[in-house]
Write a protein that binds this ligand. Structure first.
Ligand code: PLP
Length: 272
């Protein structure tokens, strides 16, 4: 396969990074991740917006502008024949004398196989394990996922799909997904300490009545339905938090209706 590394498209296995890049030694960098469906990069402009915004907020110069990024992405989709695949853009912090100040980093764009949850998880719903945590600079897609990676041995042991973060009694998000709750027919999602997910944004378009407001951990446990949203999970029902069942302990009607709407929206976008 081919990737973009630093200044041009190359064979993926020839891409390299310097060990003193602060992306590695300080965990300072940004990325974004989206997918193709029938060779169409889904919601590409939204992901490019977020990636460009992350770079600006992290004081990292991007070697390509929006049009340049788009050209590279379309060329990689074509060269790699990426019918249904993931595309990761990564911008590192670069190398600096003091090993601390951001510099001109390296840009990588590479294609990956997708890892969708199996159908059975949409039928039963998944479990999340709660953890007290807030991501640093939460609205920026930084490369620092040390906490959930470190924690993953624990939640996997419990048969969970992922974590759900909370602090001072309020929930924020899962490690790689946003969270919605439904109570008495009313849908809500938090806005503070979250990454503004592209799937979250699309879900808000499908359910414009959603309340965007602080949500307590107690509200989460007492919700009738809970679901998580992300690029690969789409809209995935959550039926257990720690050892509490959510609602009737099975995927809720409203969640499944939203999933159906989302899949239809996706089909329309790719012209299928
Ligand atoms: N929150 C975090 C911390 C994430 O890393 C992600 C995506 O990977 C999301 C939420 C969901 O965002 P999206 O719907 O754009 O995939």
């Amino acid at each position: 396969t081919y990737c973009f590394a630093k200044d041009r498209i190359r064979e993926s296995k020839t891409a390299t990074i310097h060990p003193m890049d602060i992306g590695l030694i300080r965990g300072y960098g940004i990325f974004d991740f989206f997918r193709t469906a029938h060779y169409v990069p889904l919601f590409l402009q939204d992901y490019l917006n977020r990636f460009i915004r992350s770079a600006e907020k992290m004081h990292l110069p991007l070697p390509l502008d929006r049009a340049g990024l788009e050209d590279v992405i379309l060329e990689l989709v074509s060269k790699n024949e990426l019918e249904n695949g993931g595309i990761r853009m990564l911008l590192t912090g670069g190398i600096s004398d003091n090993h601390f100040s951001p510099n001109t980093g390296s840009l990588f764009i590479f294609c990956e196989a997708l890892d969708f949850p199996p159908m059975s998880k949409y039928e039963t719903g998944v479990k999340l394990v709660s953890a007290e945590h807030v991501r640093a600079v939460a609205d920026i897609k930084t490369t620092n996922y040390a906490f959930p990676v470190w924690h993953s041995a624990n939640w996997k042991k419990e048969g969970a799909e992922d974590l759900i973060y909370h602090q001072n009694g309020f929930i924020s998000e899962s490690s790689r997904s946003n969270i919605f709750i439904i109570k008495d027919g009313k849908i809500a999602t938090p806005d503070q300490n979250v990454l503004h997910g592209i799937t979250r944004m699309r879900t808000l378009e499908l359910a414009p009545e959603t309340e965007i407001r602080p949500i307590t951990f107690e509200e989460l446990l007492n919700a009738d339905e809970v679901f998580m949203t992300s690029t690969t999970k789409k809209i995935l029902p959550v039926t257990k938090i720690d050892n509490y069942a959510i609602g009737e302990g099975k995927p809720g009607k409203k969640t499944l209706a939203l999933l159906k709407d989302f899949l239809e929206m996706e089909k329309k976008v790719v012209g299928a």
